[in-house]
Design a protein around this ligand. Structure first.
Ligand SMILES: [Ca+2]
Ligand SMILES: [Ca+2]
Length: 151
């Protein structure tokens, strides 16, 4: 299976721009949030679309390893929340303990990515990342991944 990242679609910025005296801290929150999103994207983006182990290739989406640190496919990350956040190497960023990264993967109709289908039922998925600081959403971003069937 080949995994292709089609591009950074649907990036949306939410809640980060605050009024008045908080503008400066809002701006630095946003740069940090972008960085935390990139770290996770780098980590998840290198994984295959579905499990590379022959015996697990057809299993349901979600973590099928004993630890998220052992994740070997993209959908292992569905529903995961990292607080403190993790780096692209999987290290906990304990100095950013008020921050979190949440992953929500949804599957899309292969011919119409605006249409959501059942988890694991297509070859196209949207990986959505939500970055929060003190439980407030600072950034929502994501990307579309498509796998080309081998048959
Ligand atoms: Ca797996
Ligand atoms: Ca999996």
């Amino acid at each position: 299976m080949a995994t292709v990242v089609l591009g950074v679609g649907m990036a949306a910025i939410m809640g980060a721009l605050r009024a008045g005296t908080q503008v400066n801290s809002g701006a630095s929150d946003m740069s940090r949030a972008v960085l935390l999103g990139q770290e996770l994207r780098e980590r998840i983006g290198q994984l295959p679309f579905s499990d590379p182990d022959a015996g697990q290739a057809g299993n349901s989406p979600g973590l099928d390893e004993s630890s998220i640190l052992l994740a070997d496919d993209m959908d292992d990350y569905d529903g995961q929340v990292f607080s403190p956040p993790i780096s692209s190497m999987g290290d906990s960023m304990t100095d950013l303990s008020t921050w979190s990264q949440a992953v929500d993967i949804s599957w899309k109709n292969d011919n119409n990515i605006a249409a959501t289908v059942g988890d694991g039922s297509s070859n196209t998925a949207y990986v959505k990342i939500t970055i929060r600081n003190n439980n407030e959403v600072v950034l929502t971003t994501g990307w579309i991944v498509s796998q080309v069937p081998t048959n």
